[in-house]
Design a protein around this ligand. Structure first.
Ligand code: FES
Length: 102
């Protein structure tokens, strides 16, 4: 699916990716501010994004494990997700997320 990442610098990076999740798609395409240090096991939060409000229902809520990580983050909001835990399904084509950055 096509995903637009709004980077911490304010750039819009559009990616069309077959990667399994939001973190992988960003790392493969060298999107600024997404590192994926833990390899996608919800334990580093270097993939923290804010989901665009228009997409939050489709993306769905964070899991308990994610929520636990996000509670440690200064910039967490109700729309926060860990990118590695957001599976890229065809329904998410057109998704817009804001990269929180490190
Ligand atoms: Fe580490 Fe997502 S890559 S929490």
């Amino acid at each position: 699916p096509k995903v637009t990442y709004v980077t911490p610098s304010g750039d819009e990076v559009v990616v069309n990716s077959d990667e399994p999740n939001l973190m992988q798609a960003a790392v493969t395409n060298q999107v600024e501010g997404i590192l994926g240090d833990c390899g996608g096991v919800a334990s580093c939060a270097t993939c923290h994004v804010h989901i665009d409000p228009q997409w939050i229902d489709k993306v769905g809520p964070a899991t308990d494990i994610e929520q636990g990580m996000l509670e440690l983050e200064d910039n967490a909001t109700d729309n926060s997700r860990l990118g590695c835990q957001v599976k890229l399904t065809p329904e998410l084509d057109g998704l817009v997320v804001r990269v929180v950055g490190q």
